[in-house]
Design a binder for this molecule. Structure first.
Ligand code: FAD
Length: 329
């Protein structure tokens, strides 16, 4: 492991100034992802700026929604009474992740910015364009069980592994970011990016930008939300595919629908074509499958990961059928 300088900061502006000024510096929050990367040699910063003591851990429920501080722990967000009652999809997504011990340590910002679990990204003896730009992509011809089926590129077929960001995508959340020039707001759907020919860049954040919070609007009256994750085993496993859904039916027809998929692309995938196909229609299995197929028209899968297409079709129907209750046909 490369030696690095460690600095704990007490104000957000100081944290931004330190990291923005040094291309070889990075932030540390709960450490549950970054410290693994330091040990594996996946990350080798010269300076680590600890932001975990910044006063950014509050969870404030207001009239329009909830504001979650960047340092709010995953367990505190998941078990917040208003989140559990009114933003079920977010609570469920968080509780589907990791373990109680890790959720007690992991922060909201760190969770958003966790890096891919692609086995080649984590194995420094192999070629990986995300870890070592220009070295190649071992996953394309290698073990492909977890590879992306949507939005992949010649350079990279890794998937974004997190659960919380998928729920936040269905909730139309906004990420509040502090940079050297002040604060800006980024729709969560625009935080992560597709790999293209720069898979080393996970997000649209500039180096040195600090996430300070996430704003989540309440759902429209009469809407319900849910999260369903399919994984290789019941705990301690990342999504093979997951579905976050928000649904409202009026008179048997879909009037509000938001769908986001996890485990299938380099970013949480907002299934807008599927949403559009279902709005204004009654909800039944055949039309949900047809809507999912429309979204998947651009999918690219091989023998090792084609199962994800079937999972998306079936799990999307499962989530919407459960949300609709007796409103589903
Ligand atoms: C065994 C295991 C199982 C897991 N299973 C799951 C799972 O099923 N689902 C799931 O979603 N996650 C899972 N995780 C991942 C876990 O959720 C993340 O490791 C955790 O959320 C990261 O948060 P952290 O605060 O520890 O981040 P850190 O490790 O401290 O940081 C992660 C990244 O975020 C950056 N960062 C941190 N804070 C900020 C900030 N304020 N602004 C800008 N950048 C920042 C860091 O520089 C770093 O790049 C698992 C982890 C482990 C170890």
């Amino acid at each position: 492991m490369r030696e690095f300088a460690y600095e704990a900061v007490t104000d957000p502006e100081g944290a931004v100034a330190l990291v923005a000024a040094d291309p070889d510096a990075c932030f540390l929050a709960g450490g549950t992802n970054l410290v693994d990367h330091l040990k594996l040699g996946v990350a080798s910063p010269r300076r680590v700026v600890d932001v975990s003591r910044l006063p950014l851990a509050s969870i404030v429920a207001g009239d329009d929604g909830v504001r979650i501080g960047a340092n709010a722990r995953n367990s505190d967000v998941a078990l917040h009474p208003r989140v559990q009652a009114d933003l079920t999809v977010l609570s469920r997504a968080l509780l589907a992740g990791a373990s109680p011990q890790i959720r007690n340590q992991a922060t909201t910002a760190g969770n958003l910015l966790q890096r891919t679990r692609c086995v080649y990204f984590q194995d420094v003896t192999t070629a990986c364009n995300k870890r070592a730009p220009g070295s190649g992509c071992s996953a394309r011809e290698g073990y492909g069980h977890h590879n992306a089926v949507l939005g992949g590129s010649e350079s990279c077929v890794a998937v974004y592994p997190g659960d919380m960001a998928v729920a936040l995508t269905a909730l139309d959340a906004t990420v509040v970011v502090l940079g050297p020039d002040g604060e800006r707001r980024v729709p969560v759907e625009e935080l992560h990016r597709l790999p293209g020919d720069r898979p080393d860049r996970d997000t649209t954040l500039a180096h040195g930008e600090l996430i300070v919070g996430v704003e989540v609007p309440w759902l429209p009256d009469g809407s319900r939300s849910a999260y369903h994750k399919v994984r290789d085993r019941a705990a301690f496993a990342f999504a093979l595919a997951s579905v976050a859904g928000v649904l409202r039916l009026d008179g048997g027809a879909v009037t509000e629908l938001r769908l986001a998929w996890g485990g299938v692309a380099h970013k949480p995938w907002r299934a807008r074509q599927a949403e559009e196909a279902l709005i204004g229609r009654p909800l039944d299995e055949a039309s949900v499958h047809a809507a999912v197929d429309l979204e998947l028209a651009a999918a690219a899968a091989g023998p090792a990961n084609a199962y994800k297409l079937a999972l998306l079709r079936n799990v999307t129907w499962l989530v919407l059928r459960d949300l609709a209750g007796e409103g589903a046909r």
